[in-house]
Structures are given as structure tokens and as C-alpha cells.
Design a protein around this ligand. Structure first.
Ligand SMILES: Cc1cc2nc3c(=O)[nH]c(=O)nc-3n(C[C@H](O)[C@H](O)[C@H](O)COP(=O)(O)OP(=O)(O)OC[C@H]3O[C@@H](n4cnc5c(N)ncnc54)[C@H](O)[C@@H]3O)c2cc1C
Ligand code: FES
Length: 273
């Protein structure tokens, strides 16, 4: 075991410390959502990348993949939604607890220089086309798009957040570029983003969320001839391309979501929903 500036290093995992884990949303039937901050002295994550997370005290063999929702030097942020046993353990973790992180893993949104640590280079976004970008997040799928938005000038993108009920986690998105939709109509547009989204207003669409939403957005973008890129949240085991547990079907054959993605050109993905 070796030491890497505050985190202890054991094989692919660094043992780090949870600095904060604040509840953002909680509702019976929908579970708890928290924003977790972890002390991180490893490589800078790029927008779209994820980490495999596991509490040191966890009884689970497998870590869980969680997207980066924010990063400042020395601190990485995650939005975590309670779904099952693994994510419940993460949302209930307390500040000061040790946590194992492997990453940053996966590819990045297209249009960004893939240079590690080049966080300040905003010129890497191609803005030749005058239309804005559309960032579409469904539920916890907002996480990788929030981090992407940190790299964009506010007048270059519109952000759409879709939720079952109350929205959460969007404080950093300027109100003038934000559209909210809720299925119960309690905030913003009453319905789902694909019910009203018009891709023709945009030069490109970046989306993450439930598979049915991504499938419908892919269809809308295809009909409008607008490039669409999606981030998939497949179930994962190893997270590094070794087990094939996250295989998805594409027009170019089978792909591993963790090692070949999680970001794919939407038109290549063959949805199973
Ligand atoms: C690249 C990537 C990035 C992700 N980013 C985030 C993130 O930023 N925040 C976050 O909260 N979650 C994220 N996820 C999803 C998260 O990893 C899963 O919710 C978590 O692993 C579920 O583990 P569990 O033990 O809680 O659930 P389990 O006990 O394994 O399953 C509980 C229930 O959830 C369902 N489920 C499990 N995994 C998924 C999934 N991936 N998609 C849909 N349903 C699922 C199961 O079918 C089951 O019904 C991401 C996944 C991937 C692949
Ligand atoms: S999770 Fe093992 S190959 Fe992707």
C-alpha cells in the first residue's frame, strides 16, 4: 500500500475521506438523494467521467459507478440517488468516513479536449455554430451534465432537468438557461422532457437519464438531423473493461459501457427498451 497526497493507494482503489454528504431530496417511494464531496488528490476528472465508489466498511464486494458532478482541486463531488443496497449505503455515509475510489474512468463528452487537468481551457468547445448546445438530464442523470456545464459559457447552452417530482441539484445552473419538467407538475413543465423538447433549436444535444428518455430523445434528434450524444447508466461490476458485465448492443457490435463509454453517439446505440 502506498500514499498519494492524502489518499492511501491499494491496487486500483484510493482510500479517501468523505468531506460532506448533504441530503438534497427525500421522498417516500423515491428515496434519498445526497451530494457527496470526497477529498481527492488523484488525476483531474474530465466531464462525463465516473468513479467506482465503495465505503471501506462496506460488506459489498462490488463498488458502484457514480458520475462526477463537480470538481475543484482536492475535492470531487457526486450526486447519489438511493436505488438499492449499494447506493443506500453511500447516501447514508457520514463525513469523516473512509471511502474507496477507482477512477476517473470512462470517456468524455465530445467537443472537449481530452487533456487531463486542462479544466480551464474553455476554447476546447467548438462554438462555430451559433445555435446553443442542449444539455438534457433525467433524474440523477443531471450529474454528468452539471459537471459539463462548468466548462461552458452560460450563453452557449440550455439545460433541461426532468424529475418525477421536486427538482434538486441544479443550483449552479443559471436560471435563464434552465428548463425544469416534473411528471407530477409540482414544478416547471408538467410532463417529461421528450414531450416538449425541440432539437431543431440546438447545434447538438447531450443527454443522460433513464433509457426510455434517451431512446425518445435519440429519435427526436434523428428526425431533426441534430447530433446527439448520450451517457448510459448500465449496471457495472468491474468498471474497467474486464468482466463484460456492462455490455451494450450498438450498430458497431457489442461495446463495454465502462471502457468504451459511458458516452456514445446516440444513433449507434441499440436500445433494449
Ligand atoms: C457510468 C455510470 C454513472 C452513474 N452515475 C450515477 C450518479 O451520478 N448518481 C447515481 O446515483 N447513480 C449513478 N449511476 C447508477 C448507479 O451506479 C446505480 O444506481 C447503482 O449502482 C445501483 O446500485 P444499488 O446497489 O444501489 O442497486 P441494486 O441493489 O443493484 O439495484 C436496485 C434497483 O435499482 C436498479 N438498478 C441498479 N442499477 C441501475 C442502473 N444503473 N440503472 C437503472 N436501474 C438500476 C435495479 O434493477 C434494482 O431494481 C451511474 C451508473 C453508471 C453506469
Ligand atoms: S463493468 Fe466489467 S466490463 Fe464493464
Amino acid at each position: 500500500m502506498s500514499e498519494t497526497r492524502g489518499c492511501t493507494h491499494d491496487r486500483a482503489f484510493l482510500t479517501c475521506t468523505i468531506v460532506a454528504n448533504a441530503p438534497l431530496f427525500s421522498k417516500p417511494g423515491e428515496g434519498l438523494v445526497t451530494e457527496m464531496a470526497v477529498g481527492w488528490e488523484g488525476p483531474s476528472p474530465q466531464p462525463g467521467q465516473f468513479f467506482m465508489l465503495r465505503l471501506v466498511r462496506s460488506g459489498f464486494l462490488l463498488a458502484r459507478p457514480i458520475s462526477v458532478s463537480g470538481y475543484t482541486k482536492g475535492l470531487v463531488n457526486f450526486l447519489i440517488a438511493e436505488r438499492g443496497k449499494g447506493s443506500r449505503e453511500l447516501v447514508q455515509a457520514r463525513p469523516g468516513e473512509p471511502i474507496e475510489l477507482a477512477g476517473p474512468l470512462g470517456n468524455t463528452w465530445p467537443g472537449l479536449l481530452a487533456q487531463k487537468g486542462n479544466r480551464e481551457d474553455r476554447s476546447s468547445i467548438n462554438l462555430d455554430n451559433q445555435k446553443p448546445l442542449a444539455l438534457l438530464g433525467g433524474g440523477i442523470g443531471i450529474a454528468p451534465l452539471i459537471y459539463l456545464s462548468n466548462y461552458l459559457e452560460p450563453d452557449t447552452f440550455h439545460f433541461y432537468g426532468g424529475f418525477r417530482s421536486s427538482p434538486y441539484g441544479l443550483e449552479s445552473i443559471p436560471k435563464e438557461v434552465l428548463t425544469i419538467a416534473t411528471e407530477d407538475g409540482s414544478a416547471g413543465y408538467h410532463g417529461r422532457i421528450p414531450d416538449f423538447f425541440n432539437p431543431e433549436r440546438y447545434r447538438a444535444v447531450y443527454a443522460c437519464g433513464p433509457a426510455p428518455m434517451l431512446k425518445r430523445i435519440t429519435e427526436l434528434c434523428s428526425q431533426a438531423g441534430v447530433p446527439c450524444t448520450i451517457s448510459l447508466e448500465e449496471r457495472m461490476a468491474c468498471g474497467v473493461g474486464a468482466c463484460l458485465g456492462c455490455t451494450i448492443r450498438t450498430t458497431r457490435g457489442n461495446r463495454r459501457c465502462c471502457a468504451d463509454g459511458p458516452i456514445f453517439p446516440a444513433e449507434e446505440v441499440l436500445f433494449d427498451v
